[in-house]
Design a binder for this molecule. Structure first.
Ligand SMILES: NC(=O)C1=CN([C@@H]2O[C@H](COP(=O)(O)OP(=O)(O)OC[C@H]3O[C@@H](n4cnc5c(N)ncnc54)[C@H](OP(=O)(O)O)[C@@H]3O)[C@@H](O)[C@H]2O)C=CC1
Ligand SMILES: N[C@@H](CC=O)C(=O)O
Ligand code: NA
Length: 431
């Protein structure tokens, strides 16, 4: 190992500027841990002329990625620029050129993680990606190291900062969806195209990564059932509140008898549930292991310095491996075959908001359908709608399986006395 470790940084946006700042401010701590100074040698940006909030020597900044990927003096590439296909090619090139890689890119890891890890291993290189899931929370290393002895059966979490920020502000301050999304973008939480955040795809990518590591099986993005928050309304949030629930975008990965379900959807949690009090851009992941029982990991899931902490901590791991001569340790393939649960094996409670015609017999028609599908009520609320001959019926069901629920939903949508199904959500926690 040379007298200093030289880093090439791809990207100088929200996360990249955090990385520069931590490496410069915490140089003493870093040097103490790895035994030599850490230097950023080159930084890739799209537009050199753009003003930057951190001090970076102009001569270090380039718009040409090959100046980093082929520089034989660069030991480690940090990728915080985003992108999938071209970024994958760049990182493969870096690995084949013997450079270790640290990335925050969940889009890339969820789609091409297995290939990148294989190429890293073939080239004796490390590839770390802690920042890709739940920003500053050290969740991947907790699964891989801290809980290595256990068999994980459930992971449930808030893994997208932007949507949690939006739902928090809509619930607590009555702000509008559009207004809060703009704030989340300004604060640097949202992706460059925030569709991935609000439609649940960003969280789905993270859940695929978590399930792959936690369950030791190849869980792909296509295996994740995804629904975002863009259709959640203020009235839904008000009803949740009245019924004692909080709405969160919940990522769920469950394993029962070797079969798994992985989903991301807006979900009602009882207000006393530990995840219900995770607000703003904060994330939290609940992990259940057969031996350890319940554990919970909490922290900032997005933002410059928190995310950069995960990136620079990975950098420290890479440097320690270099010093010990154990870089590119054999990557273990998955232990288990990935078998998805069938719908009749997926168990949950559900919230339904129905707009019904307010006349005699309606209620009975609705309750009959529930009974026919073996779905029973845990909570039921009927409210007249002012100035209209309709009423709103809000139901929280007892536990049922997804197959029954979906059959019921279809029949409800065809029932004459139901004007519309305004909304439906999964309900977790509680009895
Ligand atoms: N923001 C966050 O809180 C978190 C982000 N991440 C992930 O980290 C990565 C970076 O996110 P973030 O910092 O927010 O993104 P930004 O959009 O803020 O920054 C991206 C940076 O990469 C540069 N860049 C992008 N594409 C290219 C390209 N083709 N060639 C050269 N330079 C390029 C941009 O250059 P220029 O400045 O000139 O435009 C910019 O400096 C993403 O993968 C994201 O998903 C992960 C966890 C949290
Ligand atoms: N856009 C993401 C950033 C971190 O992964 C989020 O909001 O969580
Ligand atoms: Na993390």
């Amino acid at each position: 190992m040379s007298a200093e470790v030289r880093v090439g940084l791809l990207g100088l946006g929200t996360v990249g500027t955090g990385v520069v700042s931590i490496i410069s401010r915490h140089q003493e701590e870093l040097r103490h841990q790895v035994g030599c100074p850490v230097t950023i040698k080159k930084v890739l940006v799209r537009d050199k002329a753009k003003p930057r909030p951190v001090d970076v020597d102009e001569t270090m900044v380039t718009e040409h990625i090959d100046e980093i990927l082929t520089d034989e003096h660069i030991d480690i590439v940090i990728e915080v620029m985003g992108g999938v296909e071209s970024t994958k090619e760049h990182l493969l090139k870096a690995l084949r050129n013997g450079k270790h890689v640290v990335t925050a890119n969940k889009d890339l890891m969820a789609l091409h993680g297995a290939e990148l890890l294989r190429v890293a291993s073939e080239n004796g290189c490390d590839l770390y990606y802690e920042a890709s899931v739940a920003g500053g929370i050290p969740i991947l290393r907790s699964l891989v190291d801290g809980l290595a002895a256990d068999r994980i059966t459930k992971m449930m979490g808030i893994v997208n900062g932007t949507t949690n920020y939006i739902l928090t502000k809509m619930t607590q301050e009555g702000s509008s969806y559009e207004e809060v999304l703009k704030q989340a973008q300004l604060l640097g939480f949202a992706e460059s195209d925030p569709t991935a955040d609000v439609e649940g795809l960003d969280a789905a990518r993270k859940m695929a990564i978590l399930a792959t590591l936690g369950f030791s099986m190849n869980v792909s993005l296509d295996d994740v059932v995804v629904r975002g928050i863009s259709s959640v309304t203020k009235s839904d949030l008000d009803y949740c509140d009245q019924l004692g629930y909080t709405m969160k975008l919940i990522g769920l990965a469950k394993r029962d008898d070797g079969r798994v379900e992985v989903s991301v959807e807006p979900t009602l949690l009882p207000k006393e549930h530990p995840l219900a009090s995770v607000h703003n851009e904060y994330n939290a992941v609940y992990v259940y292991g057969e031996a350890v029982g319940e554990t919970m990991f909490y922290g900032p899931g997005a933002g410059s310095l928190p995310t950069a902490t995960a990136v620079v901590s990975d950098l420290v791991s890479v440097m320690k491996n270099m010093r010990l001569g154990v870089s590119g340790r054999i990557v273990q393939g998955p232990l288990h075959e990935r078998i998805l649960k069938r719908d009749n094996e997926i168990d949950s409670k559900y919230f339904l908001r129905l707009r019904v015609i307010d006349k005699a017999g309606t209620f009975q028609a609705v309750t009959n359908l529930f009974a026919c599908h073996e779905v029973s009520f845990e909570k039921l609320l009927q409210l007249p709608v002012e100035g209209a001959e309709v009423a709103e019926v809000i139901v929280i069901t007892h536990h049922t399986n997804k197959e029954n629920y979906e059959k019921l939903y279809k029949k409800l949508s065809e029932l004459e006395v139901i004007e519309s199904i305004e909304s439906c959500y999964r309900v977790e926690g509680g009895r």
